[in-house]
Design a protein around this ligand. Structure first.
Ligand code: CO
Length: 647
């Protein structure tokens, strides 16, 4: 079942009709035309107060923020316009460089393939038919620009791969030592780096079913819910179990979750206002010519949401699925609908809790979780964003990383310390995938405080004669002078966000805690170019007061930005963080040392975090969950009664 439009709430994603009105209005009012590219068209969210005060039936005044590139002047403009096409504001963003949009990538690829210098260099490497045999990727050049081109123009840098047959995995055949630099505005190759014509590795990296056979089969598994999934979906609002929340989608960030609430014995309690992955940056750790510039901000430099997949029932998603379509404006200003962009379903998640009493009495509950997900493909990689809602009050985010590792070629067997040799002469450089979640949580209201909790061993002595004692130590993150925090495995550190104005039955503030599900730390020097441009990645948690203008941790326009923007800059203001509307920015990622088993397509890697209630409820909300009707052997298949057997 697929659902899409229209919009009937202030936070609903922009509908095709609204996008059409926006672009029509923008063309009339601001002269958007042939010489402009749409970078993003985003819902301009109303203030939190307005949204929370809005009731069904109230007037719906929706605004969009249209960010465009004026190609003739290489300038970025942001316009705010109503979704019926009435302009509100139009501003030049001084100094901003636009991210590279897909149409520019296509133009840049064409420029590379028709360039005589590139063709000659390819011929030297034995590539005789570039038009059909060469695959070109367009990478933001970062701030690593040759001096002679460093005059402020927008550039991409283009690694290339050979496609021996139409169905070949191009990443098995990197063309080494040949990189074109393309001026995006001029649509021309302005530089060719031609250094190291290592032979192109030719071991195929086949992964298509027609090539691999895929002969390992299991018996059929079907997920059947004859009464449908246990949820009601009203537009973009989801009600499942005691949870309700709104699903959103953004051109830049992709999947967004809004206004998360939990029904606590008849009282609807607010937990999260807006949760998204606000940035994703992938610094590569190999200094060789083919890699050192690979430091893409997939959210801020590519516009991750633009690359959202259409999902397939039975493959991407299994069971009783509800899909949502989303819509966006293409760079040329056409309305594009991505069907089945967001997948929603519930799934069995093993036992929720269990206990066998001394007398043999058994209580066990099966758990389910509700899943909201979407997947993007950006060049070689896939990223799945999965939000889970559990019956014990937990919310989890999990990124699923899959796709194909980036490759380069080097002489077989040579020392190449920052890459793994996958096949003879085919190398996969080390790299890190670093995400930053922007978590505007509202724990029973907007006025919250974040506390760091460490478990500390008590000193041995009269108070601790056996030496096993430990205590928890709480540090209030009172202001931005201590906003940037690090995980600490020795002290089992976690962070909780509490509402000091709302106490639980033990007279302690209600709260939620953020728990890391694995993490890493950047290995690029903080003084490196990528270290400066992605300065946010050197802390695992940042806390800031909630500001509408502070949306992305590396700033609004990271493309060719020299660095320093975003969280490191904002937090210098040393603003107070107690009993205020705060945002938690959680930075997490994986350090990817490619394995042979990551080739030719990497099995899914997972990384994420949990938000768990801590003194938010009176006791475990999972106690209220009804037993499932089991058909175990002991119960003799009597599905009408709960399973209480002890087996
Ligand atoms: Co990776």
């Amino acid at each position: 079942m697929s659902q899409g439009f229209p919009s009937n709430h202030p936070l609903d994603p922009l509908s095709p009709a609204e996008l059409h009105s926006v672009i029509t209005g923008a063309r009339t009012s601001w002269g958007i035309g042939e010489n402009h590219f749409v970078i993003t068209c985003q819902l301009e969210e109303p203030s939190k107060t307005k949204v929370l005060g809005w009731k069904s039936g109230d007037a719906l005044e929706r605004l969009a923020r249209l960010t465009v590139l004026d190609r003739t002047r290489a300038e970025v403009y942001e316009g705010v316009i109503s979704t019926s096409g009435t302009p509100v504001s139009w501003d030049l963003i001084v100094g901003a460089k636009a991210p590279v949009v897909i149409t520019e990538s296509e133009l840049a690829v064409a420029a590379v393939l028709r360039d005589e210098g590139v063709r000659a260099a390819l011929k030297k490497r034995g590539v005789t038919d570039p038009d059909t045999q060469v695959y070109v990727e367009t990478w933001p050049i970062g701030a690593q620009i040759p001096k002679y081109l460093d005059d402020g123009r927008r550039l991409v840098w283009t690694p290339m791969w050979l496609r021996p047959t139409l169905e070949s995995n191009v990443y098995a055949h990197p063309i080494n030592g040949l990189y074109a630099i393309v001026d995006l505005q001029a649509e021309q190759v302005v530089g060719i780096e031609d250094n190291d014509p290592t032979p192109i590795p030719m071991t195929p990296g086949d992964y298509r079913l027609s090539q691999t056979g895929g002969g390992i089969k299991l018996n059929d598994l079907q997920i059947v819910q004859k009464d449908g999934a246990s949820c009601t979906i009203d537009g973009w609002k989801v009600n499942w179990e005691r949870w309700n929340f709104r699903v959103g989608w953004d051109h830049r960030e992709g999947l967004v979750i809004h206004d998360v609430r939990f029904d606590d014995n008849g009282v609807e309690r607010r937990i999260g206002y807006r949760m998204s992955i606000a940035e994703l940056v992938i610094p590569y750790g190999d200094p060789s010519q083919g890699t050192y510039r690979k430091n893409a901000f997939d959210t801020g430099e590519f516009g991750l949401g633009s690359y959202t997949n259409s999902l397939t029932l039975g493959c991407d998603c299994l069971g009783e699925i509800i899909y949502k379509d989303v819509a966006l404006l293409t760079p040329r200003g056409d309305v594009k609908v991505i069907e089945n962009a967001i997948c929603m379903h519930e799934e069995d998640h093993g036992i929720l809790w269990k206990h066998v009493d001394i007398d043999g009495h058994v209580e066990v509950r099966r758990g389910r979780r509700f899943v909201v997900s979407s997947i993007v493909t950006i060049n070689n990689y896939e990223y799945g964003y999965f939000w889970y809602f559990y019956q014990d009050g937990t919310v989890e985010f999990e990124a699923k990383l899959t796709g194909i590792v980036l490759t380069l070629s080097d002489t077989p067997g040579v020392p190449h310390p920052s890459a793994t040799e996958l096949e003879v002469g085919l190398w996969a450089p080390y790299h890190q995938h670093t995400f930053c979640a922007r978590l505007d949580l509202d724990i029973d209201g907007a006025k919250n405080t974040v506390i760091e909790v460490d478990s500390i061993a008590a000193p041995m002595g009269p108070e601790n004669v056996h030496g096993g004692a430990y205590v928890t130590q709480e540090t209030v993150l009172a202001d931005e002078s201590i906003s940037g925090r690090m995980l600490d495995i020795i002290s089992s550190r976690y962070w909780k966000i509490i509402n000091t104005g709302k106490k639980n039955h033990m007279n302690k503030p209600v709260g939620y805690k953020l728990i890391a599900n694995g993490n890493s730390y950047p290995l690029a020097s903080p003084d490196s170019i990528i270290g400066k441009r992605a300065g946010f990645m050197y802390k695992h948690l940042w806390v800031t007061p909630n500001r509408r203008a502070e949306r992305y941790p590396a700033g609004e326009y990271p493309f060719q930005h020299e660095g320093g923007a975003g969280l490191p800059e904002w937090t210098k203001q040393n603003r107070s963080l107690t009993e205020t509307d705060v945002v938690m920015w959680y930075v997490f990622g994986v350090n990817h040392i490619p394995r042979l088993e990551d080739w030719p397509v990497m099995p899914v890697e997972r990384i994420g975090f949990m938000l768990k209630p801590v003194g938010f409820f009176k006791r475990s909300p999972a106690m209220d969950v009804a037993p499932s009707m089991a058909t175990c052997l002991r119960c003799n298949g009597d599905a009408s009664k709960p399973c209480t057997c002890n087996h």
